[in-house]
Ligand binder design. Sequence first.
Ligand code: ATP
Ligand code: MN
Length: 463
Amino acid sequence: MEKISVKDARQAAAIGKTVTVRGWIRTRRDSKGGFSFLEVNDGSSLASLQVIADGNLPNYESEVKHLVAGCSVAVEGEVKASGGKGQATEVAARKVTVLGGADPESYPLQKKQHSLEKLREWAHLRPRTNTFGAVTRVRNCVSRSIHNFFQEDGFLYIHTPIITASDCEGAGAMFRVTTLELDKLPRDGSPIKNELDFFGKPTYLTVSGQLEGEIFACSLGRIYTFGPTFRAENSNTSRHLSEFWMVEPEVAFNDLGDNMDLAERFLKRIFKDALDQCPEDMAFFNEHYDKTTIETLQKIVASDFRRVPYTEAVEILERCGETFEFPVKWGVDLQSEHERYLTEKHFQGPVILYDYPRTLKPFYMRVNDDGRTVRAMDVLVPKVGEIIGGSQREERLDVLTGRMAEQHLRPEDYWWYCDLRRYGTVPHAGFGLGLERAVQFITGMANIRDVIPFPRTPGSAEF
Ligand code: ATP
Ligand code: MN
């Protein structure tokens, strides 16, 4: 008796085998002929397996005829060619063992259609829906593809710390990590004794592995980090999470042009892998969530990304005749409405904006010869806006410390970062891709909370 997955049992190659399949009932239909059709899903594929449960089964009347959505079963039987539409095979059950029941009165997924908002309240059960099964498989595919892309190219996977003591990595508000007893902190206005905290100083959850990634790139050449990052910003949007996964390659001797080439090649690879390796799930998203997602990805894989300096992008926005909530002029940070106008309407495809005003960007980005701009780049895609942010890093110690002073940072707090410029400094560059933004873009899911298993957002961390 071979134990196989629903996915494998659905292949024509399985015909003739006697197998055991385990999973959860999606539906049961009873036929007038005195037998039942069971749809069994185990997460291995979007499509379920059709099981024919004959009326002669010893537990047919007592158990099989009461199976409902959510019950778990083990089915033994023979895989046969199916005459049914949309499936090559079905299993004629010899034995159906009910592993667990599910009370139809209280099982939340008994009803077929729930809103995505409602399903967020049931993060423990939503993986059993078609949508979250598909999201989970695509997310897995993208993660594998990320590792494959870098591993095949000789990059080393570096595990950068999650708890960090550098409190300004330049990417936004941080969560404090502490073992101080919060209800025993001084209330008379006297300062908190950080020296009594676990690490003897204030520590935080990381917002990015970049600075530590640079350390390894400046020793080992080509590296990437891929791990959770945390942002304590109160952004309640469809594109922000408080905890998300970021991929950050960092490459010694790369300049901004090399960085753009890498980002473009990288995105195309993960898009192509999703199309090639998850065709069934992608067809599902295309049908139910975004009718353009497959075509958009195919077009992107086959085309070149536009590369446009910030200054030129601002000119385009000033001339375009569109009314924006936030007016544009040189020196302002581009808002999502501006980014989306550029990628969706003006260029109608991915755009890499680069050379941003120095005042908008963190201290570590390399200053251009014009003195006004830095070697920053953002990759923008339709629907999502910014999917990648990166830069060539400042490798000149004097310029770097000057920039730190400008931003009221103390070089002694970053002594190790400065040392990289003091001893054998090299040009280098890198970027960060938000895994969830990538999965959101690929699947066409409208809300980022629906592409991560357990979303954390301001005011919400149930599971
Ligand atoms: P945004 O302007 O969209 O808030 P950012 O400029 O603050 O993003 P970076 O610090 O450049 O983001 O981070 C690199 C990448 O990480 C972004 O391009 C995006 O893909 C992803 N990212 C950033 N913040 C979030 C977040 N809160 N939730 C999910 N992904 C994020
Ligand atoms: Mn950014």
